[in-house]
Design a protein around this ligand. Structure first.
Ligand code: TRP
Length: 466
C-alpha cells in the first residue's frame, strides 16, 4: 500500500514545528533551576558545549534517518534494511508514551494556572505553596482528597493535543506552531525586560554570567547532558517522524543548527528571566526549588511587580504554548507509528491513545501528594527502592529509555547503517554537508561513549539524568 506521506507545507513550518517540539516545559521550567545549581555561567558553558558536540549530531542523525526511511520510529529501521535495530524505535515510542502520560498532566497544571492567575491571583500570593498543593489534593490541615481540579485540566490539555493531531501535519501542527512559536518568543522577551529591570535583579544577572568552576562536578555535567537531550527532544526517536515529513530539498545540517540554536536561546532567555527575577524578589536561597518552582516560587515575582497579575497570566500562557507544541510532537510520534504499523485509523488511534495516556497520567498527578502510589526501582547503591509513582515514571524515561534509545541510534548509525549513509542523505540536490568529517567522529565515538557513561553512572550511582 503506497500512500504519499504528508509533508511540511513550508520551510518555516518545519523549523517552527521542530523548534516547537524542542522548546517545552524542559526549557522554561527545568532549565533555570539547573543553571542555578550548576553555578550559573559555568553551567551555561558546559550546556552549550554539550548541545554543540552531542545534541547537534544526534538531532541530525534522527532527522536524516527519518527522511531517508520516510517512515515512523519503528518502520524506519525496517525500511533501511536493518530489522534487528527496530528495538531502538520500540524503546523510543514506549518512552514517548510514558513521557506523554505525565507531560500532559504537568501541561494541565499550567493550564490551571492560566485560570488561577485570572481569578485567584491574591489567593496565590497569600500562600503560593499551599495553593499548589491544594490543586494536587493536599490541604492545609493535612487532609487529602482526589485532585480533581488538576485532573480535569489535564484532561482538557490532552483533548487540545488530540484535536491538533487529528487535524494532521499540515493543517494542525504546522498552523499551530506558526502562531504559537513566535508568540512565545515575544512573550519571553517582554518578561525578560520586565525581570532584569526590577530593582535587585542585578546580582542574579551577574550570577548567570559568572564562571564558578568550584561548583562544577561530574554531576553537573550529567545534569547538563540530560537536560540538553530532553530539551532538544532527542533520544525518543521522535525526530525520526518529523524528519520523515521533510522534503528532500531541505538542508538538514542547517535546519539542525537553527533548531538547536532556537531551543538553546529560549532556555537561556528563560534562565536570564527567572533567576534575576527570583533574586530580586525572593533572595538567592529561593532559587532552584525543584518541581514546584514554576508554580510556587514565581508567585513572589509576580506579586512584587507592577502589573503582576497580567504578567502572571502571560507567563503561564507562554508555558502552555511551549508545553502544547512539545506534547503534540510526542503524540504525533506515537500516532504516526500506530497508524502506519497497525493500520489504525488516525482519528481513532489518536483518541484511543490519548485517553489511555491521560488515565495513566492520573497516577502521576495523584501520587504527587494526595495518594501514596508507589513504583519500584533498582540501582547498585540503594538496592530495591519504592519511589513515588510520579518519580518512578520520570526515572523510567530519564534514566533508562532516553539514554538507551539515544545510544541505540548512535550505534546503529555509527556502526551499522554507517555515517556515510547519513552524509549521503544530507547531501542531496546540491546541498553540501560542511561538517561531515566532524560528524563522523562524533557519532561513531564521542556520542556513544558519553551516553554509555551517563547510562552506567545513573544506574550504578542512582544519580538521575534529568
Ligand atoms: N523537548 C521538550 C521539552 O523541553 C520535551 C519533549 C518533546 C521531548 N518531545 C520530546 C523529550 C521527545 C524527549 C523526546 O520540554
Amino acid at each position: 500500500m503506497e500512500k504519499t506521506r504528508a509533508q511540511w507545507g513550508s520551510k518555516i513550518g518545519f523549523i517552527l514545528a521542530a523548534a516547537g517540539s524542542a522548546v517545552g516545559l524542559g526549557n522554561i521550567w527545568k532549565f533555570p533551576g539547573r543553571a542555578f545549581e550548576g553555578g550559573g555561567g559555568s553551567f551555561l558553558l558546559i550546556y552549550l558545549l554539550i548541545v554543540i558536540f552531542l545534541g547537534m549530531p544526534l538531532m541530525l542523525t534522527e532527522l536524516a534517518v527519518g527522511r531517508a526511511s520516510q517512515s515512523n520510529v519503528v518502520g524506519a529501521f525496517h525500511a533501511l534494511g536493518h530489522k534487528g535495530y527496530s528495538w531502538v524505535g520500540w524503546v523510543g515510542v514506549l518512552g514517548a508514551f510514558v513521557i506523554t502520560c505525565y507531560y500532559a498532566h504537568v501541561g494541565g497544571w499550567v493550564l490551571r494556572y492560566v485560570f488561577a492567575y485570572i481569578t485567584d491571583a491574591p489567593v496565590i500570593y497569600a500562600d503560593s505553596l499551599g495553593y499548589f498543593y491544594n490543586m494536587l489534593g493536599l490541604h492545609a490541615d493535612g487532609s487529602t482528597s482526589f485532585p480533581w481540579v488538576a485532573v480535569l485540566f489535564a484532561g482538557i490539555f490532552m483533548a487540545l493535543n488530540a484535536f491538533v493531531i487529528i487535524r494532521g501535519v499540515e493543517s494542525g501542527i504546522e498552523r499551530f506552531n506558526k502562531i504559537g512559536m513566535p508568540a512565545l518568543f515575544i512573550l519571553l522577551l517582554i518578561l525578560l525586560v520586565r525581570s532584569v529591570t526590577l530593582p535587585g535583579a542585578e546580582p542574579g544577572l551577574r550570577y548567570m554570567l559568572s564562571f564558578d568552576w568550584g561548583k562544577v562536578t561530574f554531576e553537573t555535567v550529567i545534569s547538563a547532558l540530560g537536560q540538553a537531550f530532553y530539551s532538544l527532544s532527542i533520544g525518543m526517536a521522535i525526530l525520526i517522524t518529523y524528519g520523515s515529513y521533510l522534503s528532500k530539498s531541505e538542508n538538514i545540517e542547517k535546519n539542525t543548527m537553527l533548531i538547536c540554536a532556537a531551543d538553546t536561546l529560549v532556555a537561556m532567555l528563560a534562565g536570564f528571566l527567572v533567576i534575576p527575577a527570583v533574586f530580586a524578589t525572593l533572595g538567592s536561597d529561593q532559587v532552584g526549588k525543584g518541581g514546584g518552582f514554576a508554580f510556587v516560587s514565581l508567585a513572589g515575582v509576580f506579586e512584587q511587580m507592577p502589573g503582576g497579575q497580567f504578567f502572571g497570566i502571560l507567563f503561564y500562557l507562554l508555558l502552555l504554548f511551549a508545553a502544547l507544541t512539545s506534547c503534540i510532537s510526542l503524540v504525533e510520534g506515537i500516532v504516526a507509528f500506530l497508524t502506519e504499523w497497525f493500520s489504525w485509523e488516525r482519528k481513532r488511534a489518536t483518541i484511543g491513545v490519548c485517553a489511555v495516556m491521560f488515565l495513566i497520567g492520573c497516577l502521576y498527578t495523584c501520587s504527587q501528594a494526595a495518594i501514596p502510589i508507589k513504583g519500584v526501582w533498582l540501582d547498585a547503591v540503594n538496592g530495591v527502592t519504592f519511589p513515588a509513582f510520579c518519580d518512578f515514571m520520570e526515572f523510567l524515561t530519564d534514566r533508562l529509555m532516553i539514554p538507551v534509545c539515544a545510544l541505540g541510534c548512535c550505534i546503529f548509525v555509527g556502526w551499522v547503517w554507517k555515517p556515510e549513509s547519513v552524509i549521503a542523505e544530507v547531501e542531496q540536490e546540491c546541498v553540501r554537508f560542511g561538517l561531515a568529517r566532524v560528524y563522523r567522529v562524533l557519532v561513531k565515538y564521542v556520542a556513544p561513549l558519553a551516553i554509555l557513561t551517563i547510562l552506567i553512572m545513573s544506574l550504578v550511582t542512582g544519580k538521575t539524568l534529568s
